[in-house]
Design a protein around this ligand. Structure first.
Ligand code: LLP
Length: 423
């Protein structure tokens, strides 16, 4: 279910006309629907009700404080990957005992911050990282929970840039090394190595890769138990795919049906780290047509959002549905095929290529769907473009949750050294 619908030819987000938001706040504009966000969270929570997992929403998907607070209020924990995300979590008032921390490259400073905050556990990805966390915990005279991120070497059938559970990827630890870690866990007196983590990739539309990975992991948990090593947590990561185009992803229920038998067998507290599944279809990007340009070979719609605002098409060749905000004829009759491109000085700066679109004119608004995850969070200031405004819609009200950057924000941390100033 999502709450972006056309009513008499105008797109609405919940009960708010999107065109009015575009006129009021300007473009590029990210708009999120509160109820869509929460609905997706609850879909997953309900599908797994029988085992009551801790759903740690993956902050990287959409890290706005308002989004974090909205989900935490419904019982979500957070999956973080940096000191910056921990800072956000604290600012949003999240219970640290609901925070799990993954990343192949945690720094001493970040580990110290997380230990001081008292997070639920670290997802650890290498032996040197285990040693470092143990050393810092010793220095702080604390003991912390740790889950070993296993790389189960399964094929998640997604884009290779977002495949993480193959042995050729930088993530996680192979089963044999993990076994040695568990057998020698007393060598790390400041760690309670009490969990297993997997995250095999993102935008995974079928259950079979999860089942394949979990079968291996559950077998491994059994082997550990027979050696007297009992665990507390099994973190199954995120990765659930959504509809961008013609995908037919598993629903939360279909997914739970497939994996619940294995999770019950593991008999541990289950943690999940969904990002896209919760936030992806909760957000849109609204952009304005600057020019329609015809060349001898092609038609271009040049819009005011570029790869700095939404990088997914440029980086992954990702598909995002794009439509005019207002329809003239009840439908969108395809007029021509266009490349929909941004203003940035790169040919890789596009939102869509060869896309059939109805007739559009300068000043029209276009909506780019499914931008709630990995949209704003991957945006940048490239070409010294200020980052977009973000708005959260709740029923018939819209709340600014991040102001549009101003040009003075672009140079806030820059310094011209004195030798260039002639001193
Ligand atoms: N847990 C871990 C350890 C992760 O690395 C990720 C995502 C997640 C959970 C959440 O995955 P999700 O449920 O959102 O698929 N920028 C890419 C996606 C990168 C995902 C990185 N890790 C994109 O725009 O498609």
């Amino acid at each position: 279910m999502h709450k972006f619908n056309y009513k008499s030819n105008n797109l609405y987000c919940e009960d708010v006309k999107v065109q009015e938001l575009a006129e009021r706040f300007g473009t590029p504009l990210y708009i999120y629907s509160y109820h869509t966000l929460i609905d997706h969270f609850l879909k997953l929570k309900n599908a797994f009700k029988s085992i009551d997992p801790l759903i740690c929403y993956s902050v990287k998907a959409n890290s706005n404080l308002a989004i974090l607070k909205a989900l935490a209020d419904k019982g979500a924990g957070l999956d973080i990957v940096s000191g910056g995300e921990l800072y956000r979590a604290k600012k949003a008032g999240i219970d640290p005992k609901k925070i799990v921390y993954a990343s192949v490259g945690k720094t001493e400073e970040e580990i110290t911050q997380a230990l001081k905050a008292g997070i639920l556990f670290f997802n650890v990805e290498s032996i040197p990282e285990l040693e470092l966390i143990n050393k810092i915990a010793c220095r702080l005279a604390v003991k912390t929970n740790v889950a070993i991120r296993i790389n189960p070497d399964v094929e998640p059938k997604t884009h290779h840039y977002i495949t993480t559970g193959k042995l050729t990827n930088k993530f996680g630890i192979d089963f044999e090394t993990a076994r040695i870690i568990f057998l020698t866990r007393n060598d790390f007196p400041h760690l309670d190595i009490c969990g297993i983590h997997i995250h095999i990739g993102s935008q995974i539309t079928q259950s079979s890769p999860y089942v394949a990975a979990l079968e291996k992991v559950v077998r491994f948990i059994g082997q550990l138990a027979r050696k007297g090593i009992d665990l507390k947590y099994l973190n199954i990561g995120g990765g659930l795919g959504i509809i961008y185009d013609k995908e037919t992803p598993q629903t939360a229920r279909e997914f739970s049906k497939k994996v619940l038998p294995l999770l019950r067998q593991a008999n541990l507290k289950i943690i999940m780290e969904p990002g896209r599944f919760i936030a992806g279809n909760s957000g849109i990007l609204v952009t304005k047509v600057l020019f329609v340009k015809k060349t001898p070979l092609k038609n271009f719609i040049i819009v005011d959002s570029g790869m700095n605002d939404l990088i997914r098409p440029s980086l992954y060749g990702a598909y995002h549905d794009i439509s005019p905000l207002t329809r003239t004829d009840g439908k969108n009759h395809i007029h021509l095929k266009y490349d929909i491109v941004g203003p940035i000085c790169e040919s890789g700066d596009f939102l869509a290529k060869g896309r059939g679109m109805p007739k559009v004119a300068e000043g029209d608004y276009l909506v780019v769907f499914s931008c709630g995850a990995y949209g704003f969070t991957m945006s940048s200031n490239y070409n010294s473009r200020t980052r977009a405004e973000e708005v959260l819609v709740f029923k018939d009200e819209a709340f600014v949750i991040r102001k549009r950057e101003r040009q003075k924000d672009l140079i806030r941390n820059e310094i011209i050294p004195s030798f260039l100033l002639g001193f």
